[in-house]
Design a protein around this ligand. Structure first.
Ligand code: CA2
Length: 146
């Protein structure tokens, strides 16, 4: 059976498309999910969002047992969560860290990603379209690995 790609979204991303459209755009998280499913084709996806760190860690553990790859937008946990970093270190497959905005163009508090230390690749600044790009890149990474 084909293993799923996990797409994990951190705090406040359930509000996507409803606040700060000048930074995060007008696409909702439900629309992002639809975009990812379209880009994934036959590859199964498990798409989740949580405002709770422990839930995200639980999904990373589940992906470690059952998943092929992880695409993660950890939102604010990017800069604070050693627990998420430690969980990702246990994951044997490719990890793509994704940000809707270009975090490096923003205030200094958004510059030091802990998650990047374990990511295979980082995508930032492509808006919601970055999710589709990430799914395409993940499919290529998984093909290359066999
Ligand atoms: O650009 C991104 O995707 C971020 O991961 C979003 C995080 C921010 O802490 C990161 O630095 C960059 C914030 C997510 C906030 O989500 C909102 C969604 C809708 C409206 C307002 C905020």
């Amino acid at each position: 059976m084909t293993k799923p790609i996990y797409i994990l979204n951190g705090p406040n991303l359930n509000r996507l498309g409803k606040r700060e459209p000048e930074i995060y755009g007008r696409t909702t998280l439900a629309e992002v999910e639809a975009m990812c499913r379209e880009a994934a084709g036959d590859r199964p996806l498990r798409f989740h969002q949580s405002n709770a760190e422990h839930e995200i860690i639980g999904w990373i553990h589940e992906a470690t047992d059952e998943g092929a790859g992880i695409i993660i937008n950890p939102a604010a946990f990017t800069f604070t969560s050693i627990a998420i970093l430690d969980a990702l270190k246990m994951f044997p497959g490719p990890i793509i860290e994704l940000h809707i905005s270009n975090i490096h163009r923003r205030e200094a508090i958004y510059h030091n990603s802990l998650v990047s230390k374990t990511a295979t690749a980082v995508i930032a600044g492509l808006g919601a379209n970055g999710y589709g790009v990430a799914v395409g890149a993940m499919l290529t990474l998984l093909q290359t690995r066999g």
